[in-house]
Design a protein around this ligand. Structure first.
Ligand code: SF4
Ligand code: SF4
Length: 340
């Protein structure tokens, strides 16, 4: 790993160079909230935020994505779409970068999803350490920190007049080498400053989730009345899943007129009763209790069993934005405590 230093005064130059040669998506303020949008100049960015409400996973697993176009009829024709576009996501938080690594497990298993994988391969993640975690952030419960470079190609950490820059792999090296005049090697004192910034951010995090042994515990309480109690408040809006950076369920629909059409992939949610509705009319998850339970099991039981990782990064979005205050930290903590 290379440790470099970028003067804050040089950030606009760095961004201008990136924008000249690449499609760059960065945090931008829109209607009082932060979203990741393509920028045309550095001044469009807003780096004073904790996390975007809408997760940057949407730049790789698009909310709506055309898989191919077709002309219906007896002389039907299929037209493929370009999935080769290269992009940089600048300012992504370490937790959101981890979520993309978590998503990869689902898309590179027995069936390899070319759309997701090509976009992932063509995307460079230039992260920005989080220095102001919010009340519902709990990334440290998963042995991560707000300044972890583990899932990023490059990580910038604000250490005062400079950014401490960690270049973790060849993708990151390619970017920094092309602008080497802007970087200088970091000194031990800069590494120390980064560690101090990281510790300060870790110390701000006040909420923690106990996850030890949770997958095994969930095996024992599948039928427990506790789930009915948790689901009682839920209104089934799906906000928790749509805004979760690790949720990845989708539906595929053909949309067409008499002369043209497209096969489209759209985000779906397991909180929707139709999600598991069979064509026969049978629904294996007919009640909200089944659906609320599924969300927790998918993250804390099925994913660890299949991929050895919990499918939650502790971003807190589902807690911040649930209209009835269902809190995944409390749910999992209580699940760990109920008697089987
Ligand atoms: S389950 Fe909630 S806290 Fe965990 S990654 Fe998803 S939105 Fe974030
Ligand atoms: S956001 Fe809250 S109310 Fe909406 S589906 Fe999720 S848990 Fe239920």
């Amino acid at each position: 790993m290379d440790s470099l230093l970028l003067s804050k005064n040089d950030l606009p130059k760095f961004m201008t160079e990136l924008i000249k040669k690449n499609k760059v998506f960065a945090p931008v303020e829109s209607n009082g909230t932060i979203i990741y949008e393509q920028i045309t100049k550095p001044s469009e960015m807003n780096l004073d935020f904790c996390k975007s409400e809408y997760p940057p996973k949407a730049l790789i697993l698009n909310q709506t994505e055309t898989l191919f176009k077709f002309t219906p009829g007896t002389k039907a024709k299929i037209e493929s779409v370009d999935i080769d576009e290269k992009k940089i996501i600048f300012g992504i938080r370490p937790c959101d970068a981890k979520s993309i690594a978590i998503l990869e497990h689902a898309f590179k298993g027995d069936y390899k999803d070319p759309y997701f994988l090509k976009k992932r391969e063509n995307t460079v993640l230039v992260g920005l350490s989080c220095t102001k975690p919010e009340i519902n952030c709990f990334c440290t419960s998963f042995d991560d920190t707000p300044a972890s470079s583990k899932y990023l190609d490059i990580l910038l950490t604000d250490i005062g007049d400079n950014y401490y820059v960690e270049v973790t792999n060849d993708k990151g090296k390619l970017l920094t080498k092309s602008m080497s005049q802007l970087f200088k090697p970091a000194k031990d004192s800069d590494i120390k400053k980064k560690k101090e910034v990281e510790k300060k951010a870790v110390d701000i995090i006040s909420r923690h989730q106990k996850t030890n042994g949770i997958a095994d515990k969930l095996d024992k309480i599948f039928e427990h009345p506790f789930w009915k109690d948790i689901a009682f408040k839920c209104v089934g809006c799906g906000t928790c899943t749509y805004l979760c950076p690790t949720c990845h369920c989708f539906d595929i629909q053909d949309e067409s007129t008499l002369t043209k059409g497209a096969r489209v992939r759209v985000w779906d949610t397991c909180m929707n009763p139709e999600y598991t509705l069979h064509a026969s009319g049978y629904n294996p998850r007919p009640a909200r209790t089944n659906r609320v339970r599924n969300r927790i099991y998918h993250k804390y039981n099925y994913y660890p069993k299949n991929f050895d990782v919990i499918a939650c990064v502790g971003c807190g979005r589902c807690i911040d934005l649930c209209p009835v205050n269902i809190d995944i930290i409390d749910v999992v903590t209580r699940a760990g405590e109920v008697k089987p």
